[in-house]
Design a protein around this ligand. Structure first.
Ligand code: NAP
Ligand code: GDD
Length: 341
């Protein structure tokens, strides 16, 4: 019988790539979607018609229990979150509820539905395996570079704090109840399906608009921040490998290479033969109350234990995103929305 996966955050970037990957592996894939008329569900269905949808919300414990009871999953991937860091200062309580407490609610739904009690569960094979989408934002003001599974956390945003709570809670449910519950500490990963609010997609859409004569400038915040950027399609494979591993462990996932926002901008404009300095305007209002200056992964454990490696390079990723947005806008998509190719 096909393995069954339940994915929260199915309408997001990672949910779509993970669903595609699991469908290719022969899984029956269910996505948890919230709201009575969520337009992002239709967008997801257009791309992934084989995904089955179950209604639920990370703010609503009963809905998660019902979803787990209905789907009877072998694997649960908790990707749902308020994931945009600046929003976490504006709506700190909501971020704590969805990104932090949502993890508790999902773990409780699994625990209650599988009848797991303290001191261990019925054994590895009957268990629902749980993946938590942890984040390199937990490292925040980094104590060492590159960051490993053992690097201390010093989150710099309400989002990072909420993720740290979810991370420790996942570890705690593994230790308290013997659950197969793991966290992937993923560094920034991007794609043509990235939300338009994140810097890589903002840049690729901005470059495409300028190239097509739809805009004359691109306003950005801190150009000196450095990130370890990879391709989302590569990273979802690591999530799956973590849940198929022999033992439940946490892993850092990234490329091990850092680039600045300035280098991102240079690469994106040069992909269409333009000089970025003629178009980019820096805007103080886009700077953050507390910045994470540099994030860089040491993904050695994932390489050695899971055999996972990123395939798409930074330059390939930037070119892929710019080309995709050029096509999207040339086909008449609304330049302000975040349509998927
Ligand atoms: P994304 O595109 O922003 O997607 C977030 C998802 O969360 C959406 O499907 C959204 O659904 C869902 N969601 C929001 N509030 C919810 C609620 N109350 N109940 C249920 N679902 C809710 O994020 P992503 O880039 O795919 O990232 C996936 C996960 O990985 C997130 O947890 C993120 O924090 C984490 N992460 C991402 C990165 C990265 O670089 N992409 C790195 C590290 C960790 P709606 O359509 O209903 O809003
Ligand atoms: N969004 C945005 N917009 N970021 C900008 C801009 C701008 O105009 N100008 C400069 N930046 C800088 C930000 O200050 C930050 O240092 C960097 O670009 C990356 O910002 P985002 O793309 O918004 O991503 P993030 O690093 O804050 O968060 C993403 O990665 C995390 C993993 O480290 C999100 O996907 C999080 O959900 C994820 O956990």
């Amino acid at each position: 019988m096909a393995r069954r996966a339940l994915i929260t955050g199915i309408t997001g970037q990672d949910g779509s790539y993970l669903a595609e990957h699991l469908l290719e592996q022969g899984y029956e894939v269910w996505g948890l979607a919230r709201g009575q008329a969520n337009p992002r569900v239709s967008r997801m269905r257009r791309l992934l018609s084989d995904v089955r949808v179950v209604r639920g919300d990370l703010l609503d414990q009963g809905s998660l229990i019902s979803a787990v009871e209905r789907v009877q999953p072998d694997e649960v991937y908790n990707l749902g979150a308020i994931s945009f860091v600046p929003m976490s200062w504006e709506q700190a309580e909501l971020t704590a509820e969805v990104t932090g407490m949502g993890v508790l609610r999902m773990l409780e739904a699994i625990r209650v539905c599988s009848g797991v009690s303290r001191g261990g569960s019925s054994g590895p094979d009957g268990q629902i395996r749980f993946y938590q989408a942890s984040s390199s934002e937990m490292f925040g003001q980094v104590s060492e570079t590159p960051q490993t599974e053992r690097t201390a956390f010093h989150p710099r945003s309400p989002y990072g704090v909420a993720k740290a709570y979810g991370h420790f809670l996942t570890q705690n449910y593994r230790e308290s109840y013997g659950m197969f519950a793991v966290s992937g500490i993923l560094f920034n990963h991007e794609s043509p399906r990235r939300g338009a609010e994140f810097v890589t997609r903002k840049v690729s859409l901005g470059v495409a608009r300028i190239k097509l004569g739809l805009a004359t400038e691109l306003r950005l915040g801190n150009l000196e921040a450095r990130r370890d950027w990879g391709f989302a399609g590569d990273y979802v494979k690591a999530m799956h490998l973590m849940l198929r591993a022999a033992a439940p462990e946490d892993y850092v996932i990234g490329t091990g290479r850092m680039k600045s926002v300035r280098e991102l901008v240079e690469a994106a404009f040069s992909a269409v033969g333009l000089d970025w300095e003629r178009y980019v305007v820096t805007d103080q209002t886009l700077h953050r109350p507390a910045e994470v200056d540099l994030l860089c992964a040491d993904p050695k454990k994932a390489r050695v234990q899971l055999g996972w490696e990123p395939r798409v390079s930074f330059d390939e990723l930037v070119a892929m995103m710019v080309e995709s947005d050029l096509r999207l806008l040339a086909d008449g998509a609304d330049p302000h929305d975040d349509s998927w190719p």
